[in-house]
Ligand binder design. Structure first.
Ligand code: ZN
Ligand code: ZN
Length: 55
């Protein structure tokens, strides 16, 4: 069984429990994950599936 770790798409920090936000990519629906810090700072993210870059 592989343990999947959720990582912030912006800074790469590992998200544990309720920390961070998960939302589908507006372009392809892939789940994007961001930590609270990046969400606060409105850091940009890149979708690993389609390359969409968004705030
Ligand atoms: Zn982050
Ligand atoms: Zn996407």
């Amino acid at each position: 069984m592989t343990e999947k770790s959720d990582r912030c798409m912006s800074c790469g920090v590992t998200l544990i429990g309720p920390i961070g936000a998960r939302f589908p990519c507006p372009d392809c629906g892939e789940i994007i994950m961001r930590c609270n810090r990046c969400r606060k700072q409105s850091n940009s993210y890149t979708c690993p599936n389609c390359g969409f870059v968004g705030p």
